[in-house]
Design a protein around this ligand. Structure first.
Ligand SMILES: [Fe+2]
Length: 223
């Protein structure tokens, strides 16, 4: 994997080329230090947005600057700070919005273009295939999205911590199991969290395995 990373610019995003086939834009938006991501296939100009914050102008500007047209929205979960832009992208752009089927019991954004995902489903973005990996615990229907060796973990896993499990629908034991599943991915997998709560904006799984105390734990009772 070759990575060319550019720092945040005046549009407040960081651009990462994973290779010739994938562009990742990491936008830090809002007072809660949320990360919204745009994943793009430069060969087709198609892109998707993960967890759109409600600053949709910033998201559209970043996509346009990189010659990407957004075709879909992927949600890691249904909390409001990850879904603020859903109404715009659904109603104004008629984009499909993907959410875990297990999130519908508690957290469902008002949206007419919602589509249900289950574990191991894939969503195509140009020639890219984005795989849904069920990682519940922060909420009942948390999904992490895998594209090539990049995992977008929402509030399941941050660089130095994990998401809360004490909110409605949360379960620390289930979160622990989800972390074990993530730990089984290759060490070279890049972790892209849902908030900038850590010392870095992304990191390989190998580093988190030796620095994130929640990922280092092998005992569910530690949670
Ligand atoms: Fe959350």
């Amino acid at each position: 994997m070759s990575i060319i990373s550019r720092p945040y610019n005046n549009l407040n995003y960081r651009k990462v080329f994973m290779n010739d086939q994938t562009i990742i834009l990491q936008l830090q938006l809002g007072a809660m230090e949320n990360f919204t991501y745009i994943i793009g296939d430069p060969s087709t100009g198609e892109g998707t947005v993960i967890d759109p914050w409600n600053d949709t102008d910033a998201i559209l500007s970043a996509a346009a600057k990189n010659k990407l047209t957004l075709k879909s929205v992927l949600l890691t979960h249904g909390h409001y700070d990850h879904t603020g832009g859903v109404k715009f992208f659904s109603e104004k752009m008629n984009l499909p919005v993907y959410l875990s089927k297990d999130e519908f019991m508690l957290y469902v954004p008002a949206c007419k273009t919602l589509k249900r995902l289950k574990d191991d489903d894939t969503v195509a973005v140009g020639t890219l295939k984005i795989k849904a990996i069920s990682t519940p615990g922060h909420t009942p229907g948390c999904i992490s999205y895998l594209v090539q060796e990049n995992l977008f973990t929402g509030d399941t896993l941050f660089i130095d911590a994990v998401g809360r499990a004490d909110l409605p629908g949360g379960n620390s034991g289930i979160l622990f199991q989800s972390l074990q599943r993530i730990k089984n991915l290759p060490d070279t997998t890049m972790i892209w969290p849902g908030h900038h709560y850590g010392t870095r904006t992304s990191a390989p799984l190998s580093i988190l395995k030796t620095s994130n105390p929640y990922l280092m734990s092998n005992d569910a009772n530690d949670f």
